[in-house]
Design a protein around this ligand. Sequence first.
Ligand code: ZN
Length: 181
Amino acid sequence: MAILKIRKWGDPILKTRAAEITEVTEEIRRLAADLLDTMRSESGVGLAANQTGVGIRLFVAEVLKENGPAETYALVNPRLVFQSKQKETKEEGCLSFPGIYGKVERALDVEIEGKDLDGHSIRLRGHGLLARAFQHEMDHLDGIVFIERMGMAQRLLLKKTLAELASETRSRMKKASLKSG
Ligand code: ZN
């Protein structure tokens, strides 16, 4: 198990649609375990594989319960099959956008289908925070980030901070490629 490096806003992989997984292999299971470790180390509720530089359709999510064990999920090739008309607007954050939060409207209830880490088809239901996490992570796999789900006013407020983060990420990537090249 390992803590992976999380790609930040400005990295083009966050705007790239992730590829379908053809077979759930040991490598995929290992990556899912690493994604969980990484997500927990950052106190996140979800993490998509492409946020760690691996452009495949896999995400993990975990919601802590007040009483009882945490609900932990790892989904391969997830598809949204139901989205409630009832919406909820709440503040949201993203591990690829450290320190940046904004209000995002999401469906209150969703159902998703996909494969579990044994390659079996599953259908999951999410409500509230879990539904929000599912929608946020599935967006990541399509190359959509949460700021694109915010209202115009909210995005305008964050414009400068986002530009700074993107330019910081790009200069860090440039330095890394100079080092390796
Ligand atoms: Zn995110």
